[in-house]
Design a protein around this ligand. Sequence first.
Ligand code: ZN
Length: 50
Amino acid sequence: MSSRVKVRIRCRKCGENFVLKGVRSKGRIDTGFRRCLCDNDRDLDVEEVE
Ligand SMILES: [Zn+2]
């Protein structure tokens, strides 16, 4: 079972924000997001938005 969600990702290094559509399945959200423009791929705040 999966549902479409909107996710806001904020980079903790440079402060850049991304709003992406993702799919939630099995308790995790997959957005296809790889990394920030600053090459940061792990120090991120991920938040589901309406
Ligand atoms: Zn960044």
